[in-house]
Design a protein around this ligand. Structure first.
Ligand SMILES: Cc1cc2nc3c(=O)[nH]c(=O)nc-3n(C[C@H](O)[C@H](O)[C@H](O)COP(=O)(O)OP(=O)(O)OC[C@H]3O[C@@H](n4cnc5c(N)ncnc54)[C@H](O)[C@@H]3O)c2cc1C
Length: 601
């Protein structure tokens, strides 16, 4: 009986969440300082937007936090820390990176956090040159709004308002486009003022002024925050324009083929794939002139303020599904139906309901959103769905990896084969908007997406997957083996470029191992697996060199699967990231060597 209630409860809760509140408690500051027990010194901690790092720890300790509000104060802070040989790192208003990228040193309480919370002004707008100079702590929301009020638009950007310019450059954040120079913010940086440590003869800190003509810019514009503190950034903008968005859904039979073409057909194309049930939602999204009619707004449902009671109940239901091993497929089906009925948050005007496609509106109202950031404080009656102050808020893993467009087809086909063996195993990722596939271009930035040699592969697809994570770091999740199989299929080829902001830390094959394996290892579920993972009620997944036979059991989710012949491979070595150029080494902040990061967002 309780099982039946759970199966009904979860989808109902998901729908209620979608229809939920319009006010919100804005997210907390990730930095907290309190007096130490003996009153001698402050103890400061830094966390991230979800309140937990991938290893399960919740905070990183620092000796102090400073909040400079001008270039002079910033210079002073960097000089003092350099003179004292103190490790330092920049922290931002909301800290959205899941790994502890903003943690100085090992988080042992000795380092200095430099917050950009007060460095959030627009410095200059040059309408004639279509350039805007901002301080690095400005959020995407503020940047977009300020540009629009000057009749300008940032053409491509991530979808979530809460990121800062410094954080987006630190992590190479992007939206979706193969047009122009692609969808990453750093491609539109034309100038930068950077404060870096310096020898005593230079006063321990100096201001470096970079333009796009300087070779150093390729190191500075994606730096994981280890090459100094970005104070100011100048961005190349465009005249404000409108966009027309239609979400259209179709079965995923031709998805592998479509992904190789769709990004060339529409400027802001992306695809959200719900691999358990099969549909792929294509975003047909193109530019229109400003005189096109329409004042549409895209206020994405998943970024809106949500009742904290519903958040808690929904999390409870998801945990129950984890225990029972069922319920997620029904929930994801219902959630997706509700999302698609409400146009995913597209409305013809602010405050209006969705009335149908296409929705046309100005770029600044369509390119990104974050309703839960902006509403007034309401004592935690509502919040962003992942707000760590909410007992039972959503806690999730995020993984992202990038493949050349030409290889995306084979990867999607392999995931389809894996899915066909047990469609239920992929319902969990559907609860978090499915596998989001966005287009990005390769970059000259040393830590950007690298160009692929030996093939024309400047154009890439970035795969983002978000899914349930237990608050107990030792507890495996339902069908963990399947998700990890997909992640390894996506990240084994030497040509993949991981994002650096997500939550997965894994083991990856050495280059020698990669060289000896085929481009994508086939995957299969065996009835007699060599390694059964306790986490999964389904059969264990093994990595296979030969896939003998697979039937498509999509209409029979509980069906038995055909045997396949597997040669088990054990990836052992960590994948290493390319490091920056010599210049990068010369201006690295003391003690802030880049951490080995996950191939994820
Ligand atoms: C809800 C949500 C939605 C997201 N959507 C997208 C998306 O659409 N596309 C995408 O690509 N990613 C997305 N991400 C991931 C996101 O891009 C990164 O987490 C993000 O760029 C972090 O920005 P932040 O301002 O929070 O920076 P933080 O996470 O605080 O910092 C990131 C890194 O940058 C460094 N840094 C920050 N400011 C400076 C500075 N001034 N000088 C030097 N170093 C600095 C920090 O030290 C740190 O190393 C999303 C994440 C979340 C939680």
């Amino acid at each position: 009986m309780s099982k039946i209630i759970d199966l009904v409860q979860l989808p109902v809760l998901v729908i209620l969440m979608i229809l939920s509140a319009t006010a919100a408690s804005p997210p907390p500051d990730p930095v907290n300082c309190s007096a130490s027990g003996d009153g001698t010194a402050a103890v400061c901690t830094i966390s991230n937007a979800v309140g937990a790092f991938p290893d399960g720890s919740t905070t990183c300790r620092t000796a102090a936090v400073v909040y400079p509000s001008s270039e002079e104060e910033l210079l002073h802070a960097v000089a003092n820390a350099t003179a004292a040989k103190t490790k330092m790192k920049v922290t931002t208003r909301y800290s959205h990176s899941l790994p502890p990228l903003a943690c100085p040193g090992g988080g042992d309480g000795q380092g200095l956090a430099i917050s950009t919370r007060r460095l959030n002004r627009v410095v200059a707008v040059d309408a004639a040159r279509m350039e805007m100079t901002v301080e690095s702590g400005i959020t995407l929301r503020e940047l977009i709004a300020e540009a629009a009020s000057a009749g300008l638009a940032l053409p491509y950007a991530p979808y979530w308002w809460g990121l800062t310019v410094g954080g987006m450059l630190g992590t190479g954040a992007h939206g979706s486009s193969l047009w122009c120079k692609g969808s990453a913010l750093h491609e539109y940086v034309v100038g930068m003022r950077l404060i870096t440590p310096a020898p005593a003869t230079d006063g321990y800190a100096k201001v470096r002024v970079l333009t796009s003509a300087d070779p150093e810019m390729d190191a500075a514009k994606v730096s994981l925050g280890v090459l100094g503190v970005i104070y100011q950034v100048t961005l190349a903008l465009e005249p404000l324009f409108k966009r027309s968005i239609t979400f259209t859904e179709r079965d995923d039979d031709d998805l592998p083929e479509q992904m190789t073409k769709f990004g060339y057909q529409h400027e802001f194309a992306d695809v959200a794939w719900y691999p358990g049930h099969g549909p792929a939602v294509y975003r047909i999204d193109d530019r229109l002139p400003m005189n096109a009619s329409g004042e549409g707004v895209f206020d994405f449902v998943g970024f809106r303020a949500t009742s904290t009671l519903l958040l808690g109940a929904s999390r409870l239901a998801e945990e129950q599904s984890e225990r029972l091993g069922s319920g997620k497929c029904m929930a994801s089906w219902a959630a997706h139906a509700a999302l698609s009925t409400t146009g995913y948050g597209l409305t013809p005007r602010s405050g209006w309901p969705f009335t149908g496609y296409p929705v046309v509106g100005p770029q600044h109202q369509m390119q990104a959103s974050g309703g839960c950031l902006t509403s007034p404080e309401d004592a935690l009656r509502t919040a962003c769905p992942w707000d760590p102050r909410v007992r039972g808020s959503s806690l999730y893993h995020q993984t992202a990896f990038t493949l050349p467009v030409s290889r995306a087809r084979a990867f999607i086909q392999d995931v389809q084969r894996l899915r066909d063996l047990n469609p239920k195993s992929l319902c969990g990722v559907e609860l978090y908007d499915g596998i989001l596939m966005r287009y990005v271009k390769s970059s000259t930035a040393h830590l950007g997406k690298p160009a692929m040699s030996a093939e024309s592969a400047d154009d890439m697809v970035d795969f983002d997957m978000t899914y349930y994570r237990s608050r107990d770091p030792r507890r495996a999740r339902l069908h963990e083996d399947v998700m990890e199989e997909i992640e390894q299929m996506g990240t084994w080829p030497s040509s993949t470029a991981g994002s650096r902001t997500g939550g997965r830390i894994g083991t990856w094959p050495s280059s020698a191992q990669r060289a000896s394996t085929r481009e994508y290892p086939s995957s299969c579920v065996s009835r007699r697996p060599t390694t059964r993972m306790a986490s999964s009620p389904a059969a264990g997944v093994t990595r296979c060199s030969t896939l003998v036979a697979v039937r498509r059991p999509r209409t029979e989710p509980g069906a038995r699967y055909k045997e396949c012949v597997c040669a088990h491979k054990t990836p052992t070595a960590h994948r290493s990231r390319a490091t920056s150029a010599g210049l990068a080494r010369s201006i690295r902040m003391p003690g802030s060597a880049p951490k080995k990061t996950s191939p994820s967002t």
